[in-house]
Design a protein around this ligand. Structure first.
Ligand SMILES: O=C(O)CCC(=O)C(=O)O
Ligand SMILES: [Fe+2]
Length: 347
């Protein structure tokens, strides 16, 4: 059945996307292809990293990471939830409360005045702004119209997310990585992200990092051509994905959001989020009960994804005329601002 779905025609990716997105009849999730080869983190970690540094950003010691490569996809690395159980809550709170604040940019800015989007976290009634949030950009702000980044539209990249990204990329053999841009996606149970490749960054030798929190998702990883048949894998809360080398420019998509696995749910995280076991010097701070109530309610039906990108290589500058590299998200159904994704949304 998987083979007949994949077919050999030019629409293999689209057919598989629709299959996983479809609700009538529900997809047969037994067809998933799983990551085929695993390795202990120590096999591919080429740089010695301090576990103390990792703990500061909420990560477990490197020896406890479960990292996977994927045969036929060199440079693709999947790290199964390397976060300490008591620390995911911090990053979730940052995505909902901190990174949504100005000067960062979000989809609501396209329709509302800056004063109305000043406090997305705090505005709860009648329909919360958090529910209407679809994306936030950090650092070099991605321009959805021109599909480019520019020197003129830049605000400081969050230092905590920078530290987290550097620790992960160093572990994967990219000690020079510089986190310069971020795109946060806020998915609800009926959201999807269309088939695209992330090629707007000017230096593709730098890896792209992805963090997932909250509800689970099916992630489709295709080939260098849009129509190449993809493989499907689950992304659960805390999972980290690195697209580097030959896998940096592969087409990918998120056709479906799924309920979180038991053990990855907000309820489970809650038990640990308030334990004051963190040292003074950490980046990660305890999350208050009040904040966590808002986060866990949000996560009951939502997924957060943070991608972190290096836009410019060392010594590289933006060209005078914008790059012709363009992101090629495709519309499936609904649309949020200029970002094409499928879901019902009233913003
Ligand atoms: O949500 C995801 O897992 C993928 C996000 C993504 O591909 C993107 O933001 O470019
Ligand atoms: Fe992407």
């Amino acid at each position: 059945m998987a083979a007949s779905l994949a077919g050999s025609g030019e629409d293999a990716f689209r057919r598989i996307f629709k299959f996983y997105k479809g609700r009538q009849p529900p997809p047969d999730f037994n067809l998933h292809i799983y990551i085929s080869r695993s390795s202990s983190a120590n096999d591919w970690c080429v740089f010695l990293l301090s576990d103390v540094e990792g703990a500061r950003v909420g990560l477990r010691p490197l020896r406890d990471w479960r990292a996977f490569s994927l045969q036929g996809y060199p440079g693709f690395i999947f790290i199964s939830n390397p976060f300490r159980m008591d620390c995911q809550a911090f990053w979730i709170r940052q995505c909902l409360k901190t990174y949504t604040q100005k000067p960062n940019v979000c989809n609501l800015d396209l329709h509302m005045s800056p004063s109305d989007t000043q406090d997305i976290w705090g505005k709860r009634e009648p329909k919360t702004l958090l529910e209407r949030l679809r994306w936030v950009t950090l650092g070099y702000h991605y321009n959805w119209d021109t599909k480019t980044y520019s020197a003129s539209h830049h605000t400081p990249f969050p230092a905590d997310l920078h530290s987290l990204s550097l620790h992960i990329t160093a572990a994967c053999g990219f000690p020079e990585f510089n986190a310069q841009a971020g795109i946060l996606n806020y998915y609800h149970s009926d959201s999807s992200l269309g088939i695209h490749v992330d090629e707007s960054e000017l230096d593709h030798s730098c890896p792209l990092l992805s963090f997932s929190f909250g509800q689970s998702a099916i992630f489709l990883l295709g080939g260098i051509r849009r129509q190449d048949s993809p493989i499907a894998m689950y992304m659960h809360s805390g999972d980290v994905m690195v697209m580097s080398g030959q896998s940096r420019l592969l087409y990918h998509a998120v056709p479906r959001i799924l309920p979180a696995l038991w053990g990855h749910t907000a309820e489970k995280m809650e038990a640990c989020s308030l334990v004051p076991s963190l040292q003074d010097t950490t980046v990660v701070e305890p999350v208050s009960q009040e904040d966590w109530m808002v986060c866990s309610r949000y996560l009951q039906s939502s997924r957060l994804n943070v991608t972190v990108r290096q836009v410019l290589g060392p010594g590289q500058c933006f060209p005078e005329t914008p790059s012709s590299h363009q992101r090629t998200d495709k519309i499936t159904d609904g649309e949020y601002g200029k970002r094409k994704r499928s879901s019902s949304c009233d913003c």
